[in-house]
Write a protein that binds this ligand. Structure first.
Ligand SMILES: Cc1ncc(COP(=O)(O)O)c(C=O)c1O
Length: 364
C-alpha cells in the first residue's frame, strides 16, 4: 500500500531543477544563474578551517556573520535574518505569514520558488502578469492587495525576465500596501542592476517601511551557491524572530558561516566580478541580437531571450534546448519557468557565451 501523504502536498509544485550536473567539465553551465567565478582562495581557506571543527555544532546565533552584515548595512543584528540560501527564508516566511484564508501576491513569471509558498500553507496565491516589457506591473499588483493579503513578493531584478524597476517605483508601491502586510523585495541579483544604484540604496527604504524585508543571497555575486547562505535585511526585528520560530536551529553550517563572513571582506573583488559580468553580458546580448532575436533589458547576470514565433512554442523551445545541450551548453527553457517560447541564459565566461551564441545559431 502506498504511503498516505498530507493532502496539500499534491498542490505544491516540484521545483524545476536544472539538469546536467553529471555531464562532466566540458559543459557551459548557463542554466542556474550562478557565478562563473569560483570563491576567492581566502574564502575557501575560511571554509576549510571551519570544516576542521565540524565535530561541533555551528554557532546557532550566527553571531560573526550577523555582526559583519550588521556593520556593512548599518542595521542592528536583530534586523538581520539568515537562511540556508535565501530560498530557506522565503519558505519560512510563507510558513510564518500564510495560513488558510490568507493570500500572497506576486508577479508571474517570476522566481520558481514563489508558487510553493501558498499551497504549503493552505493559502491562496494571486499571480499578477508582468507588463508587456516583462517588468512587474506594480499598479496591477497594488489592486490585488486585499484584506486577506499577508505577503507580497517583488523580485527586483526579476528572475527569469532579468528586468528591474527603479526604487522610486518600488517605494510608490509600498505607499499603497497596508503597513501590516509584509513586502519581501527579493534582490538576489541587485548588485548587477545599474538602475538600482549601489547595494545600499534599497536598504535606506527599511528606515521608512517596517513591513519591508530586503532579501539577498551569497549564491550569485559572491559565488557561494554551493554553500547555501542567504540573508534578509528587515524593517523590523519581528520578521527574523518569526522565520526562526518555524525552522530548525542549525540552518547554516560552520563552513558556510565562515565562508560568507570572509567573502564580505573582499568587496573590491566583488565589484571587479560585477564589472566583468556586465561586460560579458553586453557581448552575449550583441551576439544574440546578431541572430535577430529580442532580449529583455537585462539588469542581472542572465538574459531573457524571446524565440521566433512557432505554432508549438514549448516544443520548438524544447528542441532548441536539446540541441544546445548536444553542443555542451545548458540553459533554461521558458516553459519550465512559466513562459514557453523563451530562453533564460546565465552570463558565463566570454568563451562560454560565445559557445552559446554559436550553438544557438546552429539550433535555430
Ligand atoms: C530571485 C531569486 N531569489 C532567490 C533565489 C534563491 O537563491 P539562494 O537560495 O541560492 O540564496 C534565487 C535563485 O536562483 C533567485 O533567482
Amino acid at each position: 500500500m502506498a504511503i498516505e501523504f498530507a493532502r496539500h502536498i499534491q498542490r505544491i509544485p516540484s521545483y524545476p531543477v536544472a539538469s546536467g550536473y553529471d555531464l562532466g567539465s566540458d559543459v557551459a553551465m548557463l542554466a542556474s544563474n550562478e557565478s562563473p567565478f569560483g570563491p576567492l582562495p581566502q574564502v575557501v581557506e575560511a571554509a576549510h578551517t571551519a570544516a576542521a571543527k565540524a565535530n561541533r555544532y555551528p554557532d546557532p546565533s550566527y553571531s560573526t556573520l550577523r555582526k559583519a552584515l550588521s556593520a556593512r548595512y548599518d542595521l542592528p543584528s536583530s534586523r538581520i535574518a539568515l537562511g540556508h540560501g535565501s530560498c530557506d527564508i522565503l519558505l519560512a516566511a510563507g510558513r510564518a505569514l500564510l495560513e488558510p484564508g490568507a493570500e500572497v501576491v506576486y508577479a508571474w513569471p517570476s522566481f520558481s520558488e514563489y508558487p510553493h509558498l501558498a499551497p504549503a500553507a493552505g493559502a491562496r496565491a494571486v499571480e499578477v502578469p508582468l507588463d508587456e516589457s516583462d517588468r512587474h506591473d506594480l499598479d496591477a499588483m497594488a489592486t490585488e492587495v486585499t484584506v486577506a493579503t499577508r505577503l507580497v513578493l517583488v523580485c527586483n531584478p526579476n528572475n527569469p525576465t532579468s528586468t528591474a524597476l527603479p526604487l522610486d517605483e518600488v517605494e510608490a508601491f509600498l505607499q499603497k500596501v497596508p503597513r501590516h502586510v509584509c513586502v519581501i523585495l527579493d534582490e538576489a541579483y541587485c548588485e548587477f542592476a545599474l538602475t538600482l544604484g549601489d547595494p545600499f540604496a534599497s536598504v535606506e527604504l527599511l528606515n521608512r517601511w517596517p513591513n519591508l524585508v530586503v532579501l539577498r543571497t551569497f549564491s550569485k555575486v559572491y559565488g557561494l551557491a554551493g554553500l547555501r547562505v542567504g540573508y534578509a535585511l528587515c524593517g523590523s526585528a519581528e520578521f527574523g524572530t518569526a522565520v526562526d520560530q518555524v525552522r530548525q536551529p542549525f540552518y547554516l553550517t560552520s563552513a558556510a558561516q565562515a565562508a560568507a563572513t570572509e567573502a564580505l571582506k573582499h568587496q573590491d573583488a566583488v565589484e571587479d566580478r560585477v564589472t566583468r559580468t556586465i561586460a560579458a553580458r553586453l557581448g552575449l546580448e550583441d551576439g544574440v541580437r546578431g541572430l535577430g532575436l529580442w532580449l529583455a533589458d537585462s539588469e542581472a547576470n542572465f538574459v531573457w531571450i524571446r524565440l521566433p514565433d512557432a505554432d508549438e512554442p514549448a516544443e520548438a523551445e524544447a528542441a532548441i534546448v536539446e540541441s544546445l545541450k548536444q553542443h555542451g551548453v545548458l540553459v533554461r527553457a521558458g516553459a519550465s519557468l512559466g513562459r514557453p517560447g523563451a530562453l533564460r541564459v546565465t552570463v558565463g565566461t566570454p568563451d562560454e557565451n560565445e559557445r552559446f551564441v554559436h550553438a544557438l545559431a546552429h539550433a535555430l
